[in-house]
Design a protein around this ligand. Structure first.
Ligand SMILES: *[C@@H]1O[C@H](CO)[C@@H](O)[C@H](O)[C@H]1NC(C)=O
Ligand SMILES: *[C@@H]1O[C@H](CO)[C@@H](O)[C@H](O)[C@H]1NC(C)=O
Ligand SMILES: *[C@@H]1O[C@H](CO)[C@@H](O)[C@H](O)[C@H]1NC(C)=O
Ligand SMILES: *[C@@H]1O[C@H](CO)[C@@H](O)[C@H](O)[C@H]1NC(C)=O
Ligand SMILES: *[C@@H]1O[C@H](CO)[C@@H](O)[C@H](O)[C@H]1NC(C)=O
Length: 496
């Protein structure tokens, strides 16, 4: 058994300080704790609680059974140590084995397995290794956890599944004394006839045509086509695309990694089709085509390519750390006995976190406290000066455009020196700007939904959001709790 003497000394003197701070002529006036243990009062229902020095356990620190090869824990990355009968492996005696968390290996779980080594991303997807997990950035038209799925359904401009009432435009061109109406409902790929496409009015300086898909769908591409009017080819040579989740705020598709709007190359004649992919794919309910350069007139027939959204319950990265510490914040953080090193930081609110302080807990136990996750990676860079971090800002622009679909939450309590603590009821709020917030409501009513939380210190409680919501910020507001507000969690959803 190895132990650093200086660490032990430091730990002991630290506990002495603790004693001075917390003993105030109470049940700890006589120290009931053995072996250097520290007696404290006012925790839970017990008269006093002992904080034991490393290697000792039991209510009064008189048990030494925990001392041994597993104490202090030689296993890294939350690996669990198990004492075994001395066995011989080659020349090495082992008194313990480490049971590693998924994603870690090695005698001491010291190796973070590179899940990308097995090349899990198909069809050109780019892999990123996480703690015990990986994520694929797919290239269109492939989607899914491993980019295994083709998202290439024709959404119904040509086939008719998209109805007239779903198509609108900034203006309509009327020709031959107003007898021919080149309306948006005609903008269907391969539409035939003399009047067979949409054309914007000639005075319209900012033309657009929009399709309301009536629900959120994934879009991977668009097919465009011109038309001919009175023997003349008319078509859109270049266009931009904007999309919206709610019909109010629109985002124009950008060149990947830049601020610039992406300009798609369109048609070159009256009849042939041109396909452009959205890469990465987008999720939207409203999609708007904005002509930039037109030949003769802005005339269009078109089809949308995409697929239904499905299977959206991936862990978003509290446990795997895809969500970084900088993305997690809270109203306040509790410190056990006022000690800094026993702070219950919001960054500790990661599902299955181990350690002495292994969850978030706020200063006050009331309904004003909250923990917040920013799903927008750019947040951490927000405060930086533009000149210095120009590249980062350019890079983060892509993330700023993104909202995530949040479909559920897993919550978990924890123990503070033996006291079981958890959140039994909570509310969920979400926001796109971090300032104005919506609270998840009960279905069909205006009451805030109260989610049932945990009942013990360790088990996972999953709640599903029906319907899922789109957000860049998610807040959990504890409503009822046991002992102290104490929370570990994971968010479920997908990267739309
Ligand atoms: C530890 O202390 C408790 C009460 O303080 C006592 O009941 C128990 O027998 C002790 N155990 C050992 C191993 O000394
Ligand atoms: C339109 O396209 C058809 C088929 O490609 C072609 O035969 C015709 O000449 C074109 N008309 C004009 C006006 O460009
Ligand atoms: C929670 O406690 C803080 C500090 O005592 C107080 O300022 C705040 O108003 C309280 N909130 C509620 C909802 O009681
Ligand atoms: C909510 O309203 C929808 C449509 O009116 C209905 O189909 C659904 O059953 C309602 N759900 C509940 C829980 O009342
Ligand atoms: C806390 O959770 C663990 C693991 O589920 C369980 O073994 C233990 O009994 C719980 N502790 C208390 C005090 O409930």
């Amino acid at each position: 058994m190895k132990r650093s003497g200086s660490v032990l000394t430091a730990t002991l003197s630290f506990f002495l300080v603790l004693c001075l701070l917390s003993v105030r002529g109470d049940y700890c006036e006589v120290n009931h704790c053995h072996n250097g243990g520290t007696c404290v009062t006012g925790v839970g229902d017990d008269l006093f609680v002992c904080i034991c020095a490393d290697g000792f356990g039991g209510d009064t620190c008189n048990l030494t059974e925990t001392a041994g090869p597993c104490n202090p824990n030689p296993c890294k990355n939350d690996g669990q140590c198990e004492v075994v009968a001395p066995t011989r492996r080659g020349d090495v005696f082992n008194e313990y084995i480490c049971r590693c968390q998924t994603g870690f290996e090695g005698v001491h779980c010291q190796i973070n397995v590179n899940e990308c080594a097995t090349k899990p991303c198909n069809n050109g997807g780019v892999c990123r290794d996480l703690d015990g997990d990986y994520t694929c950035q797919c290239s269109s038209p492939y989607v899914g956890k491993q980019c295994q799925q083709r998202c290439t359904s024709l959404l119904g401009m040509e086939g008719g599944a998209i109805m007239e009432s779903q198509i609108s435009a900034s203006s309509v061109h009327y020709s031959i004394l107003g007898l021919q109406r080149w309306g948006p409902d005609l903008a269907r790929l391969n539409n035939q006839g003399i009047v067979n496409a949409w054309t914007s009015a000639s005075h319209d300086r900012n033309p657009w045509i929009e399709i309301n898909l009536q629900k959120k769908m994934r879009l991977t591409g668009i097919i465009t086509q011109g038309a001919s009017r009175m023997g003349t080819a008319e078509y859109i040579k270049a266009y931009k695309v904007a999309s919206s989740l709610d019909g109010n705020t629109y985002a124009t598709l950008k060149v990947q990694g830049q601020w610039r709007d992406k300009v798609f190359v369109g048609n070159t004649d009256n009849d042939s089709t041109k396909t452009n992919l959205f890469d990465p794919s987008i999720v939207a309910q409203y999609i708007r085509i904005i002509p930039v350069v037109c030949r003769k007139a802005c005339t269009l027939r078109m089809e949308l390519v995409g697929c239904e959204l499905n299977g959206c319950s991936e862990p978003l990265g509290m446990k795997s750390r895809l969500i970084s510490d900088a993305q997690i914040s809270a109203s306040s953080s509790f410190r056990t006995w006022g000690i800094d090193s026993f702070t219950w930081h919001p960054q500790f609110a990661r599902l299955d976190k181990h350690g002495k302080t292994n969850a978030w807990s706020p200063v006050h136990n009331n309904r004003s406290e909250w923990i917040q996750v920013s799903l927008n990676l750019a947040l951490g860079y927000r405060g930086f000066k533009k000149g210095f971090y120009l590249n980062l800002l350019l890079f983060s622009q892509v993330d700023l455009e993104k909202t995530k679909r949040i479909s559920g939450i897993i919550t978990q309590g924890a123990k503070d020196f033996g006291v079981v603590q958890f959140v039994s009821v909570f509310k969920v709020m979400y926001s796109n700007d971090g300032e104005s917030w919506n609270t998840v409501k009960e279905e069909n009513v205006t009451n805030d939904k109260l989610f049932q939380g945990n009942i013990d210190n360790n088990s996972h409680k999953k709640n599903v959001f029906e319907p899922p919501f789109y957000a860049r910020y998610v807040r959990v507001v504890p409503w009822e709790w046991h002992e102290r507000i104490t929370l570990r969690m994971e968010l479920l959803g997908c990267d739309d």
